[in-house]
Design a protein around this ligand. Structure first.
Ligand SMILES: [Zn+2]
Ligand SMILES: [Zn+2]
Length: 295
């Protein structure tokens, strides 16, 4: 887990984040994803300065192990001086050694966030789900932590004041906000009330705007006027000239005996293909969303 440096903003990792959400649904299935309908509760990871440091860290690690249903896994948490914020040794188990940076000794409220990320590494390791390369694999880990209900802690660890800033994880605050909002929309949950950091709350509202935009892209009937107009123009072009995806939207047209349009599912980002013939109701086979389209 990375540590320090200036805080990056915006959506530089958005493609990988979206691919990670699709990969989670593919590897876990809709049913398993939806067993994570309840997020880790703030009270379960509360850690105050009078708590014993090691006992408290072990207790919070157990909360994460239970949340991610790793019944036989045992996390051994220790603290040391290190460059990174935290790390875990991915061995065969059932014991896993997690190291936390010594600075968490005096930043106990962020221990839950660090442990959420490290325990997710163990979860994904056991699933055999990974992305090639450290950067993409860390983005997968942060995205999975947030989508499966423990990542609001990672966003809440983002704090800025006049002189300093701190952030955990590889996603930008807005990207964490986006994944948490995708989760909120899919699970009918509102994480906004859990944030103690005003900057985290702001990043969440920005991410929520982008997540809502995903649900308003043509050919979905919820698309706005400008999007529909552009879509009609692109469709005319495809009808006149055959296939081609050379258009600005997130959709592409495929020629064949009948013209079809494909676009990303707003929930899981798997591509969905439907015939171009006006009103169509499609069902995403991966996340089971029912999508009203005007093709
Ligand atoms: Zn990591
Ligand atoms: Zn879907």
């Amino acid at each position: 887990m990375a540590n320090g440096g200036p805080v990056e903003h915006g959506y530089p990792h958005l493609d990988t984040v979206r691919a990670a959400i699709t990969a989670l649904y593919k590897r876990l299935s809709y049913d398993t994803v939806h067993t994570f309908g309840t997020s880790v509760a703030p009270a379960d990871v509360a850690f105050c300065d009078i708590d014993d440091l090691h006992l408290g860290a072990q207790r919070v690690a157990r909360v994460m192990v239970q949340h991610f249903r790793l019944p036989d896994a045992r996390m051994i948490v220790s603290f040391r001086d290190m460059e990174h914020a935290a790390g875990v040794e991915l061995a065969a188990g059932p014991e896993y050694f997690i190291e936390l940076n010594n600075r968490f000794r005096t930043h106990r409220r962020d221990i839950g966030a660090a442990l959420a990320h490290e325990v997710m590494h163990v979860y994904l390791h056991r699933l055999g789900l990974s992305f090639p390369g450290t950067r993409d694999n860390e983005i997968l880990t942060d995205t999975a932590t947030a989508y499966l209900g423990a990542g609001w802690l990672l966003l809440d660890a983002f704090r800025e004041d006049g002189t300093s800033s701190q952030k955990l994880g590889y996603l930008t605050p807005e990207e964490f906000g986006y994944v948490l909002a995708k989760r909120a929309l899919a699970f009918g949950e509102d994480p906004a009330v859990w944030f103690t950091s005003p900057q985290a709350y702001t990043a969440y509202t920005k991410g929520l705007q982008l997540a809502r935009q995903d649900e308003r892209q043509p050919p979905l009937t919820a698309a706005g006027w400008a999007g529909r107009r552009r879509y009609a123009k692109d469709r005319r072009h495809a009808q006149d000239h055959g296939a081609g995806g050379a258009c600005g939207g997130p959709y592409t047209f495929d020629a064949g005996s009948t013209l079809k349009v494909s676009f990303p599912c707003p929930t899981c980002r798997q591509r969905i293909r439907v015939p171009v013939r006006g009103r169509v109701r499609a069902r995403c086979t991966l996340c089971r969303s029912v999508l009203d389209c005007d093709t």
